[in-house]
Write a protein that binds this ligand. Structure first.
Ligand code: AMP
Length: 418
């Protein structure tokens, strides 16, 4: 038997309801905040990610699925969506129609990471990106929107981790201070961090290796290096979050794994998923549009990890919605035509209907109705058809009512609504 590749997974019908439920909730909420959908290819030129995410990041150094396309071009399965959205904003000149664009997109990302619970090589994200707004209120509004989304899904035990990564005016001094701190403790750093120390010292800050954590413990903090403008921006984000009653924790070690961030960086973490505790993350990337050849437009966005969110929601009380409203137990060959017609009519009327054509006994059919969690069973034998009325049994209360065949769809609709 050919099996799927390690780090990849099938999303089975049991789960897809939850996926769709979450996606629909996100879409409805994001639209009410002014977002529109954008759909983009899952492959892009490798260069797009190398230039945006940064050469010296884990993603670009070791996690991208890159292959040679036509004309020797290096092509990459997208490891994240922001770079593609920015590419499209520039290439399609969306900024010329209207510089302020609020876009969301949902789809798979690919990273060759070490597979483990909550970490896959193909995983799914819901991304939201805002272009053209520099105001700190939009940072707070995005975080508020995320928080509201998780609240609506009934998820608790969440925290918002918040940091500012400064800007090109103030970050170099911080990087220098950090580098000299790290240089004085090189002996304690892991092999990865020794490498990062020169090329990308900020990445050392989120290393999980215990000896590195020790070094990081007394490392300098970006907040002490923020220039006036960055400090004002960061303060304003915090007050706006306070106004909306969003609890947040300042976390000076939160750097996120991608180079393009500036100023606000945030992550939503849960205490319910073990090691892979981040369910969403994002931040500002005010320099990226220009860096990729577009106009100087500020931007900010986030990505929600759908795989992890689905497992959280499935752990919770969320009840599956898509079980059948009606299961038609058709008894005997003579009922086949009529019940076939009714099942089509009920489905068309928006009633989730399942029918069994196997010709099994009533007992066997009731068993199957139970197994698939049907709310009601419509029992139809030739006697019922002759009498012009069928029996509808509520599987939870065991209550049975008689439904006239004439105008049945409407009768059933009314009955279900009551
Ligand atoms: P990032 O693009 O790394 O900022 O990730 C944003 C969110 O995507 C994270 O908070 C995770 O929830 C999710 N995520 C990132 N990488 C993976 C992965 N390999 N498997 C599953 N979810 C992931």
């Amino acid at each position: 038997m050919i099996q799927l590749i390690r780090g990849f997974k099938d999303i089975l019908p049991d789960e897809t309801e939850t996926w769709r439920y979450i996606e629909n909730m996100a879409i409805a909420l994001f639209q009410s905040f002014g977002f529109k959908e954008i759909r983009l290819p899952i492959v892009e030129k490798a260069e797009l990610f190398q230039r945006s995410i940064g050469e010296h990041t884990d993603i670009v150094e070791k996690e991208m699925y890159t292959f040679v396309g036509s004309k020797e071009q290096l092509i990459t399965l997208r490891p994240e969506a922001t770079a593609s959205v920015v590419r499209s904003y520039i290439q399609q000149k969306l900024y010329a129609q209207e510089p302020i664009q609020k876009l969301y997109t949902i789809g798979p990302m690919f990273r060759r990471e070490r597979p483990q619970k909550g970490r896959y090589r193909q995983f799914y994200q819901i991304n939201a990106e805002v272009f053209g707004i520099a105001s700190p209120y939009i940072d707070a509004q995005l975080i508020f929107m995320l928080w509201t989304f998780f609240e609506r899904l009934g998820i608790s035990g969440l925290s918002v981790q918040l940091n500012s990564l400064g800007c090109p005016a103030c970050r170099p001094a911080f990087k220098e201070a950090l580098s000299s701190h790290l240089a004085s403790k090189t002996g304690k750093l892991c092999a990865d961090c020794i490498r990062r120390q020169d090329k990308n010292p900020m990445r050392v800050l989120d290393c999980k290796v215990p000896s590195c954590q020790e070094v990081i413990g007394d490392a300098p903090s970006m907040k002490d290096y923020l220039c006036d403008e960055c400090a004002r921006h960061f303060d304003a984000v915090q007050s706006a979050l306070g106004l909306q009653g969003i609890p947040f924790v300042l976390n000076s070690r939160l750097v996120r794994g991608l180079d393009y961030y500036s100023r606000t960086a945030f992550e939503i973490q849960t205490n319910a998923l073990g090691a892979q505790n981040a369910i969403a993350g994002g931040g500002r990337y005010d320099m990226l549009v220009k860096m990729l050849g577009g106009p100087a437009q500020p931007a900010i966005g986030f990505a929600i990890g759908l795989d992890r969110l689905v497992s959280l929601v499935m752990q919770g009380k969320y009840e599956k919605e898509l079980t059948p409203d009606i299961f038609i137990a058709a008894l005997g060959e003579e009922t086949r035509e009529k019940t076939f017609e009714w099942s089509c009519a009920l489905s068309v009327a928006g009633i989730r209907t399942e029918i069994d054509f196997s010709g099994k006994s009533l007992k066997a059919l009731m068993k199957r109705a139970n197994r698939i969690n049907a709310a009601n069973v419509l029992i139809v034998g030739s006697q019922e058809i002759e009498a012009g009325a069928v029996v509808l049994r509520n599987m939870a209360t065991k209550e049975q009512v008689t439904i006239p065949i004439d105008g049945m769809v409407n009768h059933i609709k009314k009955h279900l609504a009551s």
